[in-house]
Design a protein around this ligand. Structure first.
Ligand SMILES: Cc1cc2nc3c(=O)[nH]c(=O)nc-3n(C[C@H](O)[C@H](O)[C@H](O)COP(=O)(O)OP(=O)(O)OC[C@H]3O[C@@H](n4cnc5c(N)ncnc54)[C@H](O)[C@@H]3O)c2cc1C
Length: 379
């Protein structure tokens, strides 16, 4: 067994870490406060090759492996979790399904500009009454000649307001249940497409989360992704990989909270000595370090499985379940280590705590990950 990273993976870590320190650290607290989408730094991440990291170079990507990808998400999220999810969605939820299910013409038209960062993508599955129960799609696509006419809406869509391209899901034949769901590639300029509610959120406030509205939206049939009736398969396969990205985001947030806690514990004095001399604080730190290491092993393992083309549904679910739990616990205890100061905006741990929560919710809640894991155990 070899736990060492390759030279290329180490290089990706250094590039991501340097970028995060130079470009993201100065704006992370501000975009959290203003809830402003960081267009300029997202563009720069595209120039670095981070928007389509595992997409082959011939299709506009960086041609890297999946472990490199999670290392990048981890490092970026350690400084700014909003950038982390913007990247994760474009890579895992948009570029990946285009690569896996797209025709060459779709890859040429959509994957190339998305993977090279010239365009931004989003993934629209969730609806007001189709969250965990994603199969209950109320959005309908009706075939009319060589086009589909789509009506419905998608809520809580990451990158929604800013995206040029969206992969969305709609019922093409309600009588067939999940086999009646189809995936479509849509462009923001398509007639009948508009943006609805833009959410105000607890955390990842620099990431935009919006409603997509379709009113007699006309979509050419060549924009069907993966074939009619294959949409649910496209969605579920895509989310398996997406969960590895969210797990890496959670890991990065936990690491940031841990490092802030070590620093603060050495600086803060009470009873005439640094609080790091108290066993209660030392135990917080040792728990954090151990649990983060365990989460990292699972996250890298899931990415390694995907890279090696082994089954990764269960390892991805385990990685997201554990890493998001560790992110919540670590950020909560990081505030405890900081005492009252941790509850204020003078220190970043309150942002980390707010950012961590969403990792237990999107791309399948923790309960869903447990359903995936137990479903595999009991099959
Ligand atoms: C900030 C943000 C960004 C998002 N980005 C995207 C995006 O880009 N694209 C997209 O399509 N969606 C996105 N989502 C939606 C997200 O994936 C859903 O919110 C999530 O899947 C949960 O669905 P729900 O909110 O409808 O909760 P519900 O499904 O209503 O769940 C409520 C509670 O019930 C539990 N529950 C539900 N069913 C079961 C069950 N069978 N067994 C046990 N417990 C159950 C859940 O675990 C949860 O605790 C985003 C959401 C947020 C908040």
């Amino acid at each position: 067994m070899d736990f060492a990273l390759t030279k290329e993976q180490e290089m990706v870590r250094k590039t991501a870490r340097d970028f995060a320190a130079n470009e993201l650290e100065p704006i992370a607290a501000d975009i959290d406060e203003s809830a402003e989408f960081p267009t300029e730094t997202v563009r720069k991440l595209g120039e670095l090759g981070f928007m389509g990291m595992t997409v082959p170079k011939e299709w506009g990507g960086a041609g890297l492996d999946d472990v490199s990808y999670v290392i990048a998400i981890e490092e970026i999220s350690k400084v700014c979790a909003s950038h982390g999810i913007t990247l994760s969605v474009n890579n895992s939820l948009v570029c990946w399904p285009l690569m896996a299910f797209g025709t060459d013409a779709q890859k040429e038209k959509y994957l190339k500009p998305l993977a090279s960062g010239q365009k931004l993508g989003c993934f629209g599955l969730t609806e007001p009454n189709a969250g965990t129960d994603a199969a209950s799609q109320a959005t309908v696509a009706e075939k009319q000649g060589d086009k589909y006419v789509i009506n419905g809406n998608k809520i809580f869509i990451t990158n929604g307001e800013k995206a040029d391209v969206a992969i969305i899901f709609a019922m093409t034949d309600k009588s067939k249940g999940t086999r009646g769901i189809s995936a479509f590639i849509i462009e923001k300029e398509f007639p009948g497409f508009s943006i609805g509610t833009v959410e105000k959120k607890l955390g990842i406030r620099g990431s935009c989360t919006a409603e997509l509205v379709f009113e007699d939206m006309v979509v050419p049939e060549q924009n069907l992704l993966g074939g009619e009736g294959k949409g649910f398969k496209v969605a579920m396969a895509t989310l398996d990989g997406g969960r590895i990205g969210v797990a890496a985001q959670a890991l990065g947030i936990a690491e940031a909270a841990f490092e802030a806690s070590v620093k603060y514990a050495k600086e803060r004095e009470q009873f005439g000595k640094p609080i790091s001399k108290f066993q209660a604080i030392q135990w917080f730190l040792s728990d954090m370090a151990t649990e983060i290491e365990a989460a990292r092993m699972l996250v890298y393992r899931a990415a390694f499985d995907k890279w090696q083309k082994r089954p990764y549904t269960v390892s991805a679910a385990m990685a997201k379940y554990l890493a998001s739990d560790v992110a919540m616990k670590t950020t909560r205890n990081a505030i405890q280590v900081h005492g009252g100061y941790g509850f204020t905006k003078d220190y970043p741990v309150e942002r980390f705590y707010r950012d961590a929560k969403i990792t237990e919710i999107y791309e399948g809640t923790t309960e869903v990950q447990k359903m995936v894991i137990s479903g595999n155990l009991l099959k």
